[in-house]
Design a protein around this ligand. Structure first.
Ligand code: C5P
Length: 276
């Protein structure tokens, strides 16, 4: 059995530059990954089988056609695989939450199947499948700190800040990425600056925060709450939301804020982890 981690993705910054004729948006984003996420296990089997467990399994069990199964179908079609697979998804990330859960699951499925069938992870066909599955799937396939351009699929790896404590908070609502992009005000706020990761992120923004907050005002409550936490900096929404994050000076401060969230807002999902 092959097991692959599906790490949560963060957009430390997300600049929306233009709306394209195909309905997508040109982005400049800083992708980073954390030491927390889903896990995908694959094995060869006589008949296809898919199972999901974990904290957020209920959100997927009725979904006949999820990104894991789409990734497996595309992989088998492209690489001419006639064998069946048993796939297990351990779902620890909230769905439709701006931290790439479905994209990370699809990417982990591709990595696991590539290992199982001896396909090199730099095979261009694997990256094309990822690109076809969604804008964030190539970034999740790489799972390294990177600048993303185009729809988010043009990646330039950069030095990360591994070990930086980060608190993830989701207020328990799912938001539609497409709708939030459609409500972007169309004003180009400028390019990402250049420099070290955290400095660039501090000098940047998430252009999807205003439309996301307009649809789900609780996202503003999460940001305001994070701003009261001692030791928190770079407080921001990830992707199209609703998950927000803060970096912390120390893991003790990050863990204390996580504990505080569970007491003050028991309905919120809160995880203290670190950048990888
Ligand atoms: O690529 P993906 O299917 O993950 O994107 C979901 C939706 O988000 C798209 O249908 C599109 O409406 C929006 N999107 C966008 N520009 C991007 C990425 C996503 O408009 N760069």
């Amino acid at each position: 059995m092959i097991v692959e981690q599906a790490r949560a993705k963060l957009n430390l910054a997300l600049h929306v530059r233009t709306r394209r004729a195909d309905g997508y948006h040109e982005l400049e984003t800083l992708f980073a990954f954390v030491d927390h996420g889903d896990a995908v296990s694959v094995n060869l089997s006589d008949a296809p089988a898919f199972a999901v467990s974990g904290d957020f399994a209920d959100a997927l069990v009725d979904e006949a056609d999820n990104l894991v199964l789409r990734a497996e179908r595309a992989f088998c079609a492209v690489f001419g695989i006639a064998q069946s697979h048993t796939i297990h998804l351990e779902k620890q990330l909230p769905v439709a939450s701006g931290i790439g859960g479905g994209s990370a699951d699809a990417a982990a499925t591709l990595r696991a199947l590539a290992r199982l069938h001896g396909i090199a992870t730099d095979d261009a066909r694997l990256w094309q499948i990822a690109d076809d599955l969604g804008s964030d799937v190539p970034a999740c396939l790489a799972s390294v700190t990177a600048i993303g351009k185009g729809r988010g699929e043009k990646l330039q790896p950069i030095a990360g800040a591994p070990g930086t404590p980060v608190l993830l908070i989701n207020p328990g609502i799912a938001v539609s990425t497409g709708e939030i992009f459609r409500r972007w005000d169309g004003k180009d706020g400028g390019a990402l600056p250049s420099g070290p990761l955290i400095e660039v992120a501090m000098a940047s923004r998430n252009d999807l925060y205003p439309p996301a907050k307009a649809i789900a005002p609780v996202i503003g409550d999460v940001i305001a709450w994070l701003e009261t936490m001692p030791g928190a900096y770079l407080i921001r929404m990830s992707g199209s939301g609703a998950t927000c994050f803060a970096l912390f000076d120390t893991m003790a401060a990050c863990a204390a804020a996580c504990e505080c969230a569970s007491v003050e807002h028991p309905g919120w999902w809160a995880v203290a982890t670190e950048l990888v």
